[in-house]
Design a protein around this ligand. Structure first.
Ligand code: SF4
Ligand code: SF4
Ligand code: SF4
Length: 272
């Protein structure tokens, strides 16, 4: 059982969040929602510890499909960044705002970009493509994420300023069209650049929140330099071009690490 401590700890953390939110909001949805996500993460971690090679993909599909199909399409919750702005402007601390606070704004202080590795429904589809490691050096396109971030904010602000009727319905359709646009752009970019994660690196507006917060992440890949033989195998398998052999917070693309543990698996010296 001892080797599954991390998996059990993850379950306990999410169960605590589930119970606190259930009691604070007097809504059993939070109990079921966070229990399910905690369970999916714990299963993935347990499979990873048991050395099942698709462990992370199992969690990605369990959480990603639940959020996209159940919460998004069936429950009409816009969990995209537009939904976050929408609920923030209406002053409602509900699904999308709680989701952003836990997974994308304050959560990264603890688990970095874990959301991107294990739960995002956009990456869930992109990771089925064959370009698991980038074939080209990084492009200087990071500014695009700030443009998409501002567009999402301006779009929702305009709806409020113009006092448009049926905003809820518009938000639902924004969720559907936004997701289709993300998938199409993500797949085209992945094929063009031969990189599954090109969308994450250049386009995704959520990274404007996640990157600065994950800079301070408690959970991060560290290198035991006394064991490292500088073979470079870890860097070859990293989907996010991180220099994980550098232990400083300023390491190359450090805030892009999605905690996929591919580098850990590849290291012949168990230095990571
Ligand atoms: S960067 Fe954006 S699209 Fe990529 S995994 Fe993270 S949240 Fe999803
Ligand atoms: S391979 Fe290692 S450094 Fe790269 S994203 Fe995965 S866990 Fe992070
Ligand atoms: S794979 Fe291991 S030994 Fe090789 S460079 Fe990376 S950390 Fe060092």
């Amino acid at each position: 059982m001892k080797k599954y401590t991390m998996s059990i700890t993850m379950l306990v953390i999410f169960e605590t969040i589930a119970i606190v939110l259930w009691l604070a909001k007097d809504n059993v949805f939070y109990l079921l929602n966070f229990s399910y996500i905690g369970f999916a993460l714990a299963i993935g971690l347990a499979l990873f510890i048991g050395e099942y090679k698709n462990a992370r993909r199992v969690t990605q599909v369990l959480v990603g499909t639940y959020m996209l199909i159940y919460l998004g399409v069936i429950c009409n919750e816009n969990m995209q960044i537009e939904g976050f702005w929408y609920y923030l402007f209406t002053g409602v601390f509900e699904a999308a705002t709680i989701h952003y606070a836990v997974a994308k704004i304050f959560g990264p202080l603890v688990f970095g970009r874990g959301w991107c590795g294990y739960a995002c429904w956009t990456a869930m589809v992109l990771d089925f493509l064959p370009y698991k490691t980038p074939s080209y050096p990084r492009k200087k396109w990071v500014w695009i994420r700030y443009v998409t971030f501002v567009i999402s904010l301006v779009f929702v602000s305009s709806l409020f300023l113009a006092q448009v009727a049926n905003i809820e319905k518009i938000m639902f359709w924004a969720f559907i069209t936004g997701n289709v646009a993300y998938y199409v752009t993500g797949i085209v970019l992945a094929i063009m650049l031969k990189d599954n994660r090109a969308f994450c690196k250049y386009i995704c507006p959520v990274t404007v929140f996640m990157k600065p917060m994950s800079y301070f992440s408690l959970l991060r890949i560290k290198c035991d330099t006394s064991k490292c033989i500088s073979c470079g195998k870890c860097k070859k398998v990293c989907p996010m071009d991180v220099d994980m052999t550098d232990n400083s917070r300023n390491r190359r693309n450090g805030t892009d690490c999605i905690l996929c543990f591919e580098c850990v698996k590849a290291c012949p010296e168990k230095a990571l």
